[in-house]
Design a protein around this ligand. Sequence first.
Ligand code: NA7
Length: 541
Amino acid sequence: MSAQVAAAGVRQLDVAIVGAGFSGLYMLHRIRDLLKLETQVFEAADGVGGTWYWNRYPGARCDSESYVYSYSFSKELEQEWNWSSRYPEQPEILQYLNHVADRFDLRRSIQFETRVTSATFDETSSRWNLTTDTGEKVSARYLVSAVGCLSSSNTPDFPGLSSFKGDFYHTGAWPHEGVDFKGKRVGLIGTGSTGIQATPVIAAQAEHLTVFQRTPNFSIPARNAPLTSEAAREIKENYDRIRQTCRESDFGFPYEVSERLASEVSAEERNAIYSELWDLGGFRFFASSFGDILSDKAANDTAAEFVRAKIRETVKDPATAELLCPTDHPYGTKRPPIDTDYYQSFNRDNVTLVDVRTKPIVQITPAGLRTEDAEYDLDIIVFATGFDAMTGALLNMDIRGLNGTRLADKWADGPRSYLGLQIVGFPNLFTITGPGSPSVLTNMPVAIEQHVEWVSDCIDYMNRHGLSRIEATEDAQEEWVQHVWDEAQATLFPQANSWYMGANIPGKTRVFMPYVGGMTLYRDRCNDVAEHGYKGFALQN
Ligand code: NA7
């Protein structure tokens, strides 16, 4: 079916989807191919991929194992695709998503290089009116935001940036042709997951790399390796079981989430467990060590101290090692990075670590940058300074609901939603992996598939029952917001200045945005809501 164009030049759709990453692609497939509804995706980039389209920085790699950082909805897709390594590199994930787009013939329903600039709900028709930066007008019954949680990049407002004579780049908007660091003095600002992945790769190329660190992080070795054909065969033979384990796991991973308590074992036993998981690498250290490290500070301290000991053991210069040791937040309360030779990079002669916590960056100069106590001459500045996470991209769309209320105003004191799926006052708008859902605390494709399937089932239900408007009720939303907050308060998460809390963006209200209660409880709750006629939502003809 081709999209209808009404006489007034307004294109009429059943469903408009914003974003062509993991969420948008699957959403399109479900709505267009299974429900047979008139659907269009709007995507600002000139290709599919979402976060994997933009984040092409050196060392960009997924921290989830490749074979589970993928769709589970098609067994054929699962069997035909071959991953090359334990953790997939950005180009390989992008290749995979392009393959998905081709395999399911998705491109013909995606409008590239088109940014949605406003979305306004029309109360009379119960439809969303969209405008785009290409001047198009669109009317859709449902609006699905698939804009991702980490897609609105954050470049700090340092004075003087425009005076810089060298080149500067944000890791989340990396040039497609790449950057040549050979013979260059490079400054890297930021030591989150991105800075930690990029450091060793840039260090291997640049004449000199200066890493400007505001907050040290607890990084665990990835232990990346090629996926042998034997391992790949075994995975494919057991895919059903692996996917089931992921779906039943609170974090969406295929390994055991530990329930044993750090306080119940001896120090020797604890260290043996940490050592084993450190050697296995990746998120296992976080998920499979002890069930109380995210809720009990004393338990957390044992993990934190283990990692600090590893840093001190790895980094030769004691002062640098000490500077790399995090002490201001509990382990795991900021997104835990995993790395390949991050700490080892600081043993190189061409790498320097600068503490910008005690002596912040005050200015970008024509020749480089100035901190409170020193000048650094640089040819290239890399901003690995993160994102306006979870709400940034959504609010950039200028969404207006009932009575013309702007979502940005409604969320001025932090995001409020029912199940992270819908917002009171914004009928027929669904937010895939929105704030208030497990999203970034899980292996993302697992959370994405659950949301996409729930939303498409909901739209199908609406159509089958002759309904045209769905909106979360105030009571249901308030109860959910309180539950999300109570769950977070029972953990150590609120103790960190993390992007989970909105703390990385000056002026952003601090509230813990994702749902920490785990995928299992969350999935049950969403299923229960649907099975009871979409309990907590008001449905209208
Ligand atoms: P993150 O995790 O938000 O990291 C950004 C880093 O940039 C972090 O170390 C920040 O320090 C630092 N930063 C931000 N602003 C400044 C200023 N003004 N001065 C100095 N340093 C600054 O983003 P990533 O891209 O690394 O990771 C995002 C997610 O992508 C990741 O978690 C994965 O899910 C994939 P801070 O810690 O705020 O003190």
